[in-house]
Design a protein. Structure first.
Length: 314
């Protein structure tokens, strides 16, 4: 995986906090200084700057100061940058389940794409923030097989160590038996397999499945499953097959057509810049004959645009 954002060394949180304070002091705000600083620090480093800021300027609160000085999507993105990543993603999950209707795509994108370690960190952050267990919130909010899928993802029990390709044929046979080989579908078997085995092993399983059935496993998902459960399983399939392409499509979709899903755009750029943004940019260009940077330029403006591009370009 190739991120666009790397740790800055040597790192001086106290000096960075002073730069941030200076950018907000006096008449007018120096947005460019804020962008230059924060777009070149990892999540962990930004959090250290925030702690230093609150400690050195002990009558002040860094996030409150930023909110007072900035506005619009730029403010939203900067505030998101200053939250520790697990806390930020916990807030995003909470927002996806809050109010009328559930933003299922957000739940799928976050819970189905991160490894066990991330899932545990997010669950802890969620409890700290809302005094509720993430899994209980999901139980209240989702239903049916989709609910069960999210709960399985939330358990963080995927066996990430076992990549033994010798198992692939047996598991592929199990998928075949649970779906296309019978009348009606055994959804719980689909769920078990998609949420318990490592991604490299699942990739082998899908190869074997193709040999058994003569077509991609995605076709089985399409014909055997329905609704949100189908979308969730398809997302896991797409992530296993080509994770950067999955995120390139998510980025494309949130900018496609009239209006931009800014909340999604901010989240995807923020999170993936530290994981695999370089890979995503390559896939984006292949898939849409356009660079991701050009897509963002065409869809955003001002300081908000500058910040996103700084994170994407690295």
């Amino acid at each position: 995986d190739k991120p666009t954002l790397h740790r800055v060394e040597p790192f001086d949180p106290s000096g960075d906090a002073a730069i941030l304070r200076k950018a907000m002091k006096g008449f007018g705000t120096d947005e460019d200084a804020i962008i230059a600083l924060l777009s070149k620090r990892t999540s962990d480093q930004r959090h250290q700057i925030l702690l230093k800021y609150n400690q050195v300027y002990n009558d002040r609160d860094c996030i409150k100061d930023l909110k007072e000085e900035l506005h619009g999507h730029f403010e939203q993105a900067i505030v998101a940058l200053m939250r520790p990543m697990p806390q930020y993603l916990a807030q995003e999950l909470h927002h996806a389940m809050d109010g009328i209707g559930t933003k299922e795509r957000t739940l799928v994108e976050i819970l189905c794409s991160l490894n066990n370690q991330w899932i545990y960190a997010i669950k802890n952050a969620y409890y700290k923030e809302y005094q509720k267990q993430l899994v209980d919130e999901i139980k209240d909010d989702a239903s049916g097989d989709f609910k069960k899928l999210l709960i399985s993802m939330c358990d963080g029990k995927r066996d990430e160590r076992n990549n033994d390709p010798a198992l692939a044929n047996t598991i592929a046979q199990q998928l075949h038996t649970a779906g296309e080989a019978r009348f009606g579908t055994n959804e719980s078997e689909f769920r078990r397999i998609m949420t318990n085995y490592s991604y490299p092993l699942l990739k082998e399983v899908f190869e074997e499945y193709k040999k058994i059935e003569g077509h991609e496993f995605s076709k089985a998902i399409d014909s055997e499953l329905s609704g949100s459960f189908k979308k969730g399983v398809m997302a896991i399939y797409d992530i296993v097959e080509n994770r950067p392409a999955f995120f390139a499509k998510e980025l494309h979709d949130c900018m496609w057509g009239p209006g931009t899903a800014d909340r999604t755009l901010i989240r995807l750029v923020l999170v993936r810049s530290e994981i695999d943004m370089q890979n995503i940019k390559e896939e984006y260009l292949k898939m849409y004959n356009k660079t991701l940077v050009d897509a963002i330029k065409g869809d955003t403006s001002g300081d908000y645009k500058k910040l996103l591009i700084a994170l994407v370009e690295g």
